[in-house]
Design a protein around this ligand. Structure first.
Ligand code: PMP
Length: 405
Protein backbone atom coordinates (compact mmCIF):
# COMPACT_ATOMS: atom_id res chain seq x y z
CA UNK A 1 0.00 0.00 0.00
CA UNK A 2 1.42 3.36 -1.02
CA UNK A 3 0.01 6.07 1.23
CA UNK A 4 1.69 8.84 -0.76
CA UNK A 5 -0.17 7.77 -3.92
CA UNK A 6 -3.41 7.21 -2.02
CA UNK A 7 -3.17 10.68 -0.54
CA UNK A 8 -3.38 12.20 -4.03
CA UNK A 9 -6.88 10.76 -4.39
CA UNK A 10 -8.06 13.02 -1.55
CA UNK A 11 -8.39 16.55 -2.96
CA UNK A 12 -8.90 18.20 0.44
CA UNK A 13 -5.45 17.14 1.64
CA UNK A 14 -3.76 19.20 -1.04
CA UNK A 15 -3.93 22.55 0.76
CA UNK A 16 -2.03 24.74 3.16
CA UNK A 17 -3.21 25.76 6.61
CA UNK A 18 -1.39 28.79 8.04
CA UNK A 19 1.14 28.41 5.20
CA UNK A 20 1.99 24.83 6.20
CA UNK A 21 0.90 21.67 4.34
CA UNK A 22 -2.25 20.25 5.92
CA UNK A 23 -1.53 17.23 8.11
CA UNK A 24 -4.92 15.71 8.87
CA UNK A 25 -4.73 13.56 12.01
CA UNK A 26 -8.40 13.62 13.02
CA UNK A 27 -9.82 10.73 11.01
CA UNK A 28 -11.22 9.05 14.14
CA UNK A 29 -13.62 12.01 14.30
CA UNK A 30 -14.31 12.01 10.56
CA UNK A 31 -12.28 10.70 7.63
CA UNK A 32 -11.63 12.57 4.38
CA UNK A 33 -13.28 11.55 1.09
CA UNK A 34 -11.48 10.26 -2.01
CA UNK A 35 -12.37 11.56 -5.44
CA UNK A 36 -14.16 8.24 -6.21
CA UNK A 37 -16.71 8.90 -3.45
CA UNK A 38 -17.14 12.59 -4.32
CA UNK A 39 -17.68 11.62 -7.99
CA UNK A 40 -20.20 8.88 -7.14
CA UNK A 41 -22.34 11.33 -5.15
CA UNK A 42 -21.99 14.00 -7.87
CA UNK A 43 -22.94 11.51 -10.60
CA UNK A 44 -26.00 10.43 -8.64
CA UNK A 45 -27.23 14.03 -8.31
CA UNK A 46 -26.37 14.85 -11.92
CA UNK A 47 -28.01 11.76 -13.48
CA UNK A 48 -30.09 9.54 -11.21
CA UNK A 49 -31.60 11.65 -8.42
CA UNK A 50 -35.18 10.60 -7.57
CA UNK A 51 -37.03 9.12 -4.63
CA UNK A 52 -36.69 5.36 -4.09
CA UNK A 53 -39.14 2.44 -3.84
CA UNK A 54 -42.04 4.39 -5.37
CA UNK A 55 -41.32 5.83 -8.79
CA UNK A 56 -41.95 3.60 -11.79
CA UNK A 57 -40.06 6.05 -13.97
CA UNK A 58 -36.48 5.41 -15.05
CA UNK A 59 -34.79 7.74 -12.57
CA UNK A 60 -36.82 6.31 -9.69
CA UNK A 61 -35.79 2.80 -10.67
CA UNK A 62 -32.14 3.76 -11.10
CA UNK A 63 -32.10 5.43 -7.68
CA UNK A 64 -33.80 2.40 -6.08
CA UNK A 65 -31.38 -0.02 -7.75
CA UNK A 66 -28.35 1.98 -6.59
CA UNK A 67 -29.71 2.33 -3.04
CA UNK A 68 -30.48 -1.38 -2.73
CA UNK A 69 -27.15 -2.31 -4.37
CA UNK A 70 -25.47 -0.32 -1.59
CA UNK A 71 -27.23 -2.55 0.94
CA UNK A 72 -25.83 -5.63 -0.79
CA UNK A 73 -22.33 -4.08 -0.80
CA UNK A 74 -22.54 -3.34 2.94
CA UNK A 75 -23.75 -6.89 3.70
CA UNK A 76 -20.78 -8.33 1.83
CA UNK A 77 -18.36 -5.83 3.41
CA UNK A 78 -19.18 -6.94 6.97
CA UNK A 79 -19.93 -10.59 6.19
CA UNK A 80 -23.68 -10.51 6.95
CA UNK A 81 -25.75 -13.50 5.81
CA UNK A 82 -28.12 -11.32 3.81
CA UNK A 83 -28.73 -7.70 2.81
CA UNK A 84 -31.95 -8.00 4.80
CA UNK A 85 -29.81 -7.71 7.91
CA UNK A 86 -28.63 -4.23 6.91
CA UNK A 87 -30.59 -1.19 8.11
CA UNK A 88 -29.49 2.21 6.80
CA UNK A 89 -29.41 4.87 9.51
CA UNK A 90 -27.90 8.32 10.03
CA UNK A 91 -24.80 6.90 11.70
CA UNK A 92 -23.55 4.78 14.58
CA UNK A 93 -25.45 6.98 17.06
CA UNK A 94 -28.82 6.38 15.39
CA UNK A 95 -28.03 2.69 14.96
CA UNK A 96 -27.31 2.27 18.67
CA UNK A 97 -30.38 4.30 19.61
CA UNK A 98 -32.46 2.02 17.40
CA UNK A 99 -31.26 -1.13 19.19
CA UNK A 100 -31.62 0.45 22.62
CA UNK A 101 -35.05 1.95 21.96
CA UNK A 102 -36.53 -0.99 20.14
CA UNK A 103 -34.75 -4.20 21.12
CA UNK A 104 -33.65 -3.43 24.69
CA UNK A 105 -37.01 -2.03 25.74
CA UNK A 106 -38.67 -5.11 24.26
CA UNK A 107 -36.54 -7.67 26.11
CA UNK A 108 -35.73 -5.85 29.37
CA UNK A 109 -37.98 -5.63 32.39
CA UNK A 110 -37.56 -4.62 36.04
CA UNK A 111 -34.30 -5.97 37.48
CA UNK A 112 -32.83 -7.20 34.19
CA UNK A 113 -29.32 -6.08 33.35
CA UNK A 114 -27.60 -4.22 30.55
CA UNK A 115 -23.85 -4.74 30.74
CA UNK A 116 -21.39 -2.27 29.25
CA UNK A 117 -17.92 -0.86 29.82
CA UNK A 118 -16.82 2.50 31.18
CA UNK A 119 -14.79 3.14 28.03
CA UNK A 120 -17.93 3.54 25.89
CA UNK A 121 -18.51 6.56 23.69
CA UNK A 122 -21.54 8.54 24.92
CA UNK A 123 -23.40 7.21 21.86
CA UNK A 124 -23.09 3.71 23.27
CA UNK A 125 -23.87 4.75 26.82
CA UNK A 126 -26.71 7.27 26.97
CA UNK A 127 -29.11 5.20 24.79
CA UNK A 128 -28.68 2.36 27.34
CA UNK A 129 -29.24 4.71 30.27
CA UNK A 130 -32.49 5.74 28.64
CA UNK A 131 -33.47 2.13 27.89
CA UNK A 132 -32.71 1.19 31.51
CA UNK A 133 -34.85 4.05 32.82
CA UNK A 134 -37.72 3.12 30.53
CA UNK A 135 -37.67 -0.61 31.29
CA UNK A 136 -36.56 -0.77 34.92
CA UNK A 137 -33.37 -2.60 33.93
CA UNK A 138 -30.09 -1.81 35.69
CA UNK A 139 -26.83 -0.80 34.05
CA UNK A 140 -23.82 -2.85 35.11
CA UNK A 141 -20.31 -1.77 34.23
CA UNK A 142 -17.40 -4.08 33.52
CA UNK A 143 -14.65 -2.65 35.78
CA UNK A 144 -11.65 -1.08 34.08
CA UNK A 145 -8.01 -1.73 34.93
CA UNK A 146 -5.69 1.24 35.45
CA UNK A 147 -4.74 1.32 31.74
CA UNK A 148 -8.42 1.67 30.79
CA UNK A 149 -8.90 -1.87 29.47
CA UNK A 150 -10.89 -4.72 31.03
CA UNK A 151 -10.24 -8.42 31.40
CA UNK A 152 -12.36 -11.19 29.99
CA UNK A 153 -12.60 -12.62 33.54
CA UNK A 154 -14.30 -9.41 34.62
CA UNK A 155 -16.75 -9.72 31.74
CA UNK A 156 -17.55 -13.24 32.96
CA UNK A 157 -18.06 -11.95 36.49
CA UNK A 158 -20.35 -9.12 35.39
CA UNK A 159 -22.67 -10.99 33.02
CA UNK A 160 -25.34 -13.01 34.85
CA UNK A 161 -28.57 -14.86 34.08
CA UNK A 162 -30.38 -11.52 34.43
CA UNK A 163 -28.30 -9.92 31.67
CA UNK A 164 -30.25 -9.26 28.50
CA UNK A 165 -27.78 -7.08 26.60
CA UNK A 166 -23.98 -6.84 26.62
CA UNK A 167 -22.61 -3.92 24.64
CA UNK A 168 -19.10 -2.72 23.88
CA UNK A 169 -17.07 -0.73 21.38
CA UNK A 170 -15.10 -2.99 19.06
CA UNK A 171 -12.29 -0.41 18.97
CA UNK A 172 -12.15 2.33 21.60
CA UNK A 173 -12.02 5.87 20.22
CA UNK A 174 -9.75 6.91 23.10
CA UNK A 175 -7.53 3.89 23.77
CA UNK A 176 -7.38 2.72 20.16
CA UNK A 177 -7.36 -0.93 21.23
CA UNK A 178 -9.70 -3.68 20.03
CA UNK A 179 -11.88 -5.40 22.62
CA UNK A 180 -12.34 -9.21 22.69
CA UNK A 181 -15.75 -9.15 21.02
CA UNK A 182 -15.84 -12.81 19.97
CA UNK A 183 -15.20 -13.98 23.53
CA UNK A 184 -17.78 -11.50 24.79
CA UNK A 185 -20.33 -12.89 22.32
CA UNK A 186 -19.72 -16.39 23.74
CA UNK A 187 -20.16 -15.16 27.31
CA UNK A 188 -23.32 -13.20 26.45
CA UNK A 189 -24.87 -16.10 24.52
CA UNK A 190 -24.20 -18.62 27.30
CA UNK A 191 -26.37 -16.46 29.55
CA UNK A 192 -29.04 -15.92 26.91
CA UNK A 193 -28.06 -12.28 26.27
CA UNK A 194 -27.23 -10.56 22.99
CA UNK A 195 -24.00 -8.75 22.11
CA UNK A 196 -24.27 -5.27 20.58
CA UNK A 197 -21.01 -4.01 19.07
CA UNK A 198 -20.26 -0.35 18.45
CA UNK A 199 -18.13 -0.62 15.32
CA UNK A 200 -17.69 3.10 14.64
CA UNK A 201 -13.89 2.83 15.04
CA UNK A 202 -13.41 -0.71 13.73
CA UNK A 203 -15.26 -0.67 10.39
CA UNK A 204 -12.79 1.89 8.93
CA UNK A 205 -9.66 -0.01 10.02
CA UNK A 206 -10.28 -3.72 10.40
CA UNK A 207 -11.66 -6.46 8.21
CA UNK A 208 -14.95 -7.09 9.97
CA UNK A 209 -16.96 -10.28 9.74
CA UNK A 210 -20.07 -10.15 11.88
CA UNK A 211 -20.68 -13.87 11.54
CA UNK A 212 -17.18 -14.77 12.77
CA UNK A 213 -17.52 -12.16 15.51
CA UNK A 214 -20.88 -13.77 16.33
CA UNK A 215 -22.34 -10.46 17.46
CA UNK A 216 -26.10 -9.87 17.28
CA UNK A 217 -25.93 -6.19 16.31
CA UNK A 218 -23.10 -4.14 14.82
CA UNK A 219 -23.34 -0.36 14.35
CA UNK A 220 -21.11 1.95 12.32
CA UNK A 221 -20.92 5.30 10.53
CA UNK A 222 -20.04 5.92 6.89
CA UNK A 223 -18.23 9.20 7.47
CA UNK A 224 -15.39 7.59 9.41
CA UNK A 225 -14.60 5.28 6.48
CA UNK A 226 -14.41 7.76 3.59
CA UNK A 227 -18.17 7.94 2.89
CA UNK A 228 -20.32 11.07 3.29
CA UNK A 229 -21.74 12.20 6.61
CA UNK A 230 -25.36 11.31 7.35
CA UNK A 231 -25.23 7.63 6.45
CA UNK A 232 -24.71 4.76 8.86
CA UNK A 233 -25.55 1.12 9.29
CA UNK A 234 -27.14 -1.16 11.81
CA UNK A 235 -26.47 -4.83 11.19
CA UNK A 236 -28.86 -7.08 13.10
CA UNK A 237 -29.49 -10.81 12.97
CA UNK A 238 -32.53 -11.33 10.77
CA UNK A 239 -34.54 -13.15 13.45
CA UNK A 240 -33.99 -10.27 15.89
CA UNK A 241 -34.78 -7.51 13.41
CA UNK A 242 -38.00 -9.34 12.55
CA UNK A 243 -39.14 -9.25 16.20
CA UNK A 244 -38.33 -5.59 16.69
CA UNK A 245 -40.77 -2.70 16.36
CA UNK A 246 -39.76 0.36 14.33
CA UNK A 247 -39.06 3.55 16.25
CA UNK A 248 -39.88 5.94 13.40
CA UNK A 249 -43.21 5.87 11.63
CA UNK A 250 -44.44 7.44 8.41
CA UNK A 251 -43.98 7.03 4.69
CA UNK A 252 -41.85 4.30 3.09
CA UNK A 253 -41.94 1.92 6.07
CA UNK A 254 -45.60 0.82 5.88
CA UNK A 255 -47.41 -2.10 4.33
CA UNK A 256 -51.04 -1.01 4.81
CA UNK A 257 -52.55 2.03 6.55
CA UNK A 258 -56.08 2.40 7.92
CA UNK A 259 -57.61 5.18 9.98
CA UNK A 260 -56.94 3.52 13.34
CA UNK A 261 -54.03 1.26 12.62
CA UNK A 262 -51.23 0.39 10.23
CA UNK A 263 -48.86 -2.48 9.48
CA UNK A 264 -45.20 -2.40 8.51
CA UNK A 265 -43.01 -3.66 5.73
CA UNK A 266 -40.54 -6.42 6.55
CA UNK A 267 -37.09 -5.72 8.01
CA UNK A 268 -34.97 -3.81 7.16
CA UNK A 269 -37.37 -1.46 5.35
CA UNK A 270 -39.71 -1.10 8.35
CA UNK A 271 -36.87 0.71 10.13
CA UNK A 272 -36.33 3.22 7.32
CA UNK A 273 -39.30 5.57 7.68
CA UNK A 274 -39.35 8.57 5.33
CA UNK A 275 -37.18 9.29 2.32
CA UNK A 276 -33.89 7.58 3.08
CA UNK A 277 -30.33 8.90 2.74
CA UNK A 278 -30.03 7.81 -0.88
CA UNK A 279 -26.93 9.77 -1.90
CA UNK A 280 -25.26 8.79 1.37
CA UNK A 281 -25.84 5.08 0.73
CA UNK A 282 -24.45 5.46 -2.79
CA UNK A 283 -21.43 7.29 -1.38
CA UNK A 284 -20.97 4.52 1.19
CA UNK A 285 -21.08 1.93 -1.56
CA UNK A 286 -18.34 3.84 -3.45
CA UNK A 287 -16.28 4.11 -0.24
CA UNK A 288 -16.54 0.35 0.31
CA UNK A 289 -15.41 -0.29 -3.26
CA UNK A 290 -12.48 2.07 -2.72
CA UNK A 291 -11.39 0.49 0.58
CA UNK A 292 -11.80 -3.04 -0.75
CA UNK A 293 -9.67 -2.27 -3.79
CA UNK A 294 -6.82 -1.22 -1.51
CA UNK A 295 -7.57 -4.09 0.88
CA UNK A 296 -8.71 -3.88 4.49
CA UNK A 297 -5.78 -5.98 5.69
CA UNK A 298 -3.29 -3.65 4.01
CA UNK A 299 -5.07 -0.62 5.50
CA UNK A 300 -5.06 -2.20 8.98
CA UNK A 301 -1.34 -2.96 8.74
CA UNK A 302 -0.54 0.55 7.49
CA UNK A 303 -2.56 2.17 10.30
CA UNK A 304 -0.93 -0.07 12.91
CA UNK A 305 2.60 0.67 11.69
CA UNK A 306 2.02 4.39 11.60
CA UNK A 307 0.47 4.37 15.08
CA UNK A 308 3.38 2.34 16.43
CA UNK A 309 5.88 4.76 14.89
CA UNK A 310 4.06 7.78 16.35
CA UNK A 311 3.78 6.16 19.76
CA UNK A 312 7.46 5.17 19.88
CA UNK A 313 8.57 8.68 19.01
CA UNK A 314 6.09 10.33 21.38
CA UNK A 315 7.22 8.13 24.27
CA UNK A 316 10.64 9.74 23.97
CA UNK A 317 9.21 13.18 24.60
CA UNK A 318 9.48 14.51 28.12
CA UNK A 319 6.28 15.19 30.09
CA UNK A 320 4.10 13.46 27.54
CA UNK A 321 1.57 10.95 28.89
CA UNK A 322 0.01 8.40 26.56
CA UNK A 323 -3.26 6.84 27.71
CA UNK A 324 -4.13 3.18 27.35
CA UNK A 325 -2.12 -0.02 27.06
CA UNK A 326 1.27 -0.08 25.38
CA UNK A 327 0.36 -2.65 22.73
CA UNK A 328 -2.29 -3.11 20.07
CA UNK A 329 -3.39 0.37 19.03
CA UNK A 330 -5.38 0.28 15.83
CA UNK A 331 -5.10 3.86 14.56
CA UNK A 332 -4.77 6.51 17.22
CA UNK A 333 -2.72 7.83 20.12
CA UNK A 334 -4.36 9.74 22.99
CA UNK A 335 -2.09 11.89 25.13
CA UNK A 336 -1.52 14.96 27.27
CA UNK A 337 1.54 17.21 27.45
CA UNK A 338 2.30 17.97 31.07
CA UNK A 339 0.04 20.70 32.42
CA UNK A 340 -0.76 22.17 28.98
CA UNK A 341 -4.47 21.93 28.27
CA UNK A 342 -5.24 19.70 25.30
CA UNK A 343 -7.17 22.52 23.59
CA UNK A 344 -4.04 24.68 23.76
CA UNK A 345 -1.98 21.83 22.29
CA UNK A 346 -4.46 21.43 19.42
CA UNK A 347 -4.57 25.19 18.84
CA UNK A 348 -0.79 25.52 18.58
CA UNK A 349 -0.61 22.41 16.38
CA UNK A 350 -3.13 23.99 14.02
CA UNK A 351 -0.77 26.92 13.47
CA UNK A 352 1.63 24.32 12.01
CA UNK A 353 -1.11 22.85 9.81
CA UNK A 354 -1.56 19.79 12.04
CA UNK A 355 -5.20 18.89 12.78
CA UNK A 356 -5.78 16.79 15.91
CA UNK A 357 -8.68 16.39 18.33
CA UNK A 358 -8.84 17.70 21.88
CA UNK A 359 -11.47 17.31 24.57
CA UNK A 360 -13.27 14.47 26.30
CA UNK A 361 -13.91 12.60 23.00
CA UNK A 362 -17.49 11.89 24.12
CA UNK A 363 -16.04 9.58 26.79
CA UNK A 364 -16.46 11.47 30.05
CA UNK A 365 -16.57 8.32 32.24
CA UNK A 366 -13.26 7.16 30.74
CA UNK A 367 -11.75 10.64 31.29
CA UNK A 368 -12.89 10.37 34.94
CA UNK A 369 -11.21 6.98 35.14
CA UNK A 370 -7.93 8.61 34.08
CA UNK A 371 -8.64 11.56 36.36
CA UNK A 372 -8.39 14.10 33.55
CA UNK A 373 -11.00 16.37 32.00
CA UNK A 374 -9.60 16.21 28.50
CA UNK A 375 -6.92 14.69 26.30
CA UNK A 376 -5.41 15.27 22.87
CA UNK A 377 -5.77 12.60 20.19
CA UNK A 378 -3.89 12.06 16.93
CA UNK A 379 -5.56 9.54 14.64
CA UNK A 380 -4.24 7.98 11.45
CA UNK A 381 -5.76 6.58 8.30
CA UNK A 382 -4.77 5.23 4.92
CA UNK A 383 -3.74 8.63 3.50
CA UNK A 384 -1.33 9.47 6.34
CA UNK A 385 2.41 9.01 5.93
CA UNK A 386 5.46 8.88 8.19
CA UNK A 387 6.10 12.44 7.08
CA UNK A 388 2.76 13.41 8.65
CA UNK A 389 3.88 11.83 11.92
CA UNK A 390 7.20 13.69 11.71
CA UNK A 391 5.32 16.96 11.24
CA UNK A 392 3.19 16.13 14.28
CA UNK A 393 6.32 15.48 16.36
CA UNK A 394 7.91 18.70 15.16
CA UNK A 395 4.77 20.68 16.03
CA UNK A 396 4.57 19.01 19.46
CA UNK A 397 8.16 20.04 20.14
CA UNK A 398 7.29 23.60 19.13
CA UNK A 399 4.24 23.53 21.40
CA UNK A 400 6.43 22.57 24.33
CA UNK A 401 8.88 25.35 23.58
CA UNK A 402 6.03 27.84 23.18
CA UNK A 403 4.63 27.07 26.62
CA UNK A 404 8.04 26.96 28.25
CA UNK A 405 8.76 30.55 27.15
N1 PMP B 1 -18.87 5.19 18.87
C1 PMP B 1 -17.57 5.50 18.74
C2 PMP B 1 -16.55 4.57 19.33
C3 PMP B 1 -17.20 6.65 18.05
O1 PMP B 1 -15.91 6.95 17.93
C4 PMP B 1 -18.21 7.48 17.50
C5 PMP B 1 -17.84 8.76 16.76
N2 PMP B 1 -16.99 9.60 17.43
C6 PMP B 1 -19.54 7.11 17.66
C7 PMP B 1 -19.83 5.96 18.35
C8 PMP B 1 -20.66 7.94 17.12
O2 PMP B 1 -20.59 8.03 15.74
P1 PMP B 1 -21.49 9.10 14.96
O3 PMP B 1 -21.23 10.43 15.60
O4 PMP B 1 -20.98 9.03 13.56
O5 PMP B 1 -22.90 8.67 15.08
Amino acid sequence: MNATEIRELFPILDQKIHDCPLVYLDSAASAQKPIQVIEAVKRYYEWDNANVHRGVHTLGMRATDAYEAARVAVARFIGASSEREIVFTRGATSSLNLVASSFARMVCSEGDEIVLSEMEHHSNLIPWQQAAKASGAVLKYIPLKSDGTFSIEDVEQTVTNRTKVVTVSHVSNVLGIANPVKQMADIAHKKGAVLVVDGAQSAPHLKVNVREMDCDFYAFSGHKMCAPTGIGVLYGRKALLEQMEPIEFGGEMIDRVGLQDASWKEAPWKFEGGTPIIAGAIGLSAAIRFLEQIGLDAIAEHDRQLTRYAEEQMKRMEHLTIYGPTEGRVGLVTFNMGQIHSHDVATVLDTYGVAIRAGHHCCQPLMNHFNVSSTARASFYLYNTREDVDRLLFALQKTKEYFRE
